[in-house]
Design a protein. Structure first.
Length: 250
């Protein structure tokens, strides 16, 4: 009888231990979308510009069936912000890859302009990628204090040449705590709008810019902005007044 009781006890213990064992179950979050890629935030004059690239994969590496990116935002003073609290942030945009408006798409880069912050507030943005099954990625946050918009460069002038234009302007005052990274040149043609990205791939360091490869007889319009760095936070000034140039042969 004693042997039977010991045998029964061992069987029960073995059964309980087997029930507690976990097999190679794939975590549920692996099928969730990855978050946005290369997201950044730039203050441009009195507005913010959000930039990001769409993810292509789920967290487990399988192809993502992307539906949209939901963007929420909160403008709030630092003293009133609670990072541990739930996010009661207003949803400001749902960006669908096929129809990105109100965002703009340039190749694989998406850009969204947003404004309404006041001096003394910090802008907080949250991206959440949504797949076609309605599942969300973990949120991706970006934050930046809103600063007093910087004045535009002055004495902006231009002159047209054969298939080119030459622009020059006056140096700007550098605000306290900032580093001048250079100047951003924006160009458009008649009946077109300005691109949200500058014409130049890098900020112009000098007070002069020559734009080549233009079509003679066509009018081009330009604006420039100063670009500052406040300890890693980028800020563009307000845009200069628009000027026009018509390149001419000869």
């Amino acid at each position: 009888m004693r042997y039977f009781i010991l045998l029964l006890t061992g069987f029960i213990l073995l059964t309980l231990s087997a029930c507690g064992k976990k097999g190679p179950v794939r975590p549920l979050e692996e099928k969730l979308p990855q978050t946005v890629r290369k997201a950044s935030l730039l203050q441009r004059g009195d507005s913010f510009q959000l930039r990001w690239k769409m993810p292509q994969r789920n967290q487990d590496g399988t192809p993502l069936e992307l539906e949209a990116v939901d963007i929420s935002r909160l403008f709030i003073a630092d003293a009133d912000f609670c990072p541990e609290c739930p996010e009661p942030w207003p949803l400001i945009a749902q960006i669908y890859p096929q129809v990105p408006a109100p965002a703009q798409q340039i190749r694989d880069l998406y850009l969204l302009s947003d404004q309404g912050a006041q001096v003394g507030q910090t802008a907080h943005y949250s991206f959440r990628v949504r797949n076609k099954q309605g599942d969300f990625s973990p949120p991706h946050h970006l934050s930046q204090p809103y600063r007093q918009p910087q004045a535009a460069p002055t004495e902006f002038q231009a002159r047209g040449y054969d298939s080119s234009a030459e622009l020059h302007w006056q140096a700007v005052a550098i605000p306290q705590g900032a580093t001048l990274m250079g100047y951003q040149v924006y160009r458009r043609r008649a009946n077109q709008t300005y691109s949200p990205l500058p014409t130049t791939s890098r900020p112009v360091k000098k007070l002069l810019f020559s734009d080549f490869g233009l079509e003679n007889g066509h009018t081009y319009y330009y604006r420039i902005r100063s670009l500052f760095d406040f300890s890693g936070q980028k800020l563009e000034s307000l845009p200069s007044p628009e000027i026009s140039v018509t390149p001419t042969a000869g």
